[in-house]
Ligand binder design. Structure first.
Ligand code: SF4
Ligand code: SF4
Length: 182
């Protein structure tokens, strides 16, 4: 009896599964043949961070540590450096900048708290999601990996068009793609 019951249950499960599979066949397909076809990300997508610079290429970060303090994963490491030289000769926009700025993506949970905490709009989330590595140590990204002027953007994504004024303080999405306000 129990064997018959098992057979009945298993057959019913297979039939229900096949019914679900067959019902999906005529529907629109959402599978993307990545990386042959770019993935579409939404405007508010939180990818790898970007450290921003001003219109003259000076780093906006003043090494105030607020982002590191706000980070629940404690994955931001900063070393501050005073730079009292004139603006034209400085690394950053202000008289202090982050000599070291590291984010450990082995710990980051992409919560965005660091972005919200920053008083200088110096850090935002970009769209780059291709940060897989074979060595865990390589998940530690340095300032050179994060600076908007140095970070390599993948060709394997496009940003969805949006009529919403989403994150417009630092991102503008148009028909061409994305522009970052410096
Ligand atoms: S996104 Fe969240 S976890 Fe990642 S660095 Fe920023 S505050 Fe930390
Ligand atoms: S990124 Fe923003 S919050 Fe973080 S240290 Fe720099 S200025 Fe401060």
């Amino acid at each position: 009896m129990s064997i018959l019951s098992d057979v009945f249950k298993s057959t019913k499960a297979v039939i229900l599964g096949m019914k679900r599979t067959l019902s999906e066949i005529p529907r629109e397909k959402w599978t993307v043949q990545y990386p042959d076809v770019p993935v579409t990300v939404q405007p508010r997508y939180r990818g790898q961070h970007l450290l921003h610079v001003d219109e003259n290429g000076k780093e906006k970060c003043v090494a105030c540590y607020l982002c590191a303090a706000a980070c629940p994963s404690e994955c931001i490491y900063i070393e501050a450096q005073d730079d009292p030289r004139p603006y034209e000769e400085r690394v950053g926009r202000d008289e202090r900048y982050a000599k070291v700025y590291n984010i450990d993506y082995g710990r980051c949970i992409f919560c965005g708290f660091c972005v919200e905490a920053c008083p200088k709009d110096a850090i935002t989330h970009g769209y780059n999601f291709e940060i897989s590595v074979y060595n865990r140590a390589d998940l530690l990204k340095t300032k050179d990996d994060l600076l908007i002027t140095k970070q390599k953007q993948s060709k394997n994504y496009r940003v969805a068009l949006s009529t919403e004024d989403v994150d417009s303080e630092y991102k503008e999405v148009d028909s061409v793609g994305i522009k970052f306000r410096l």
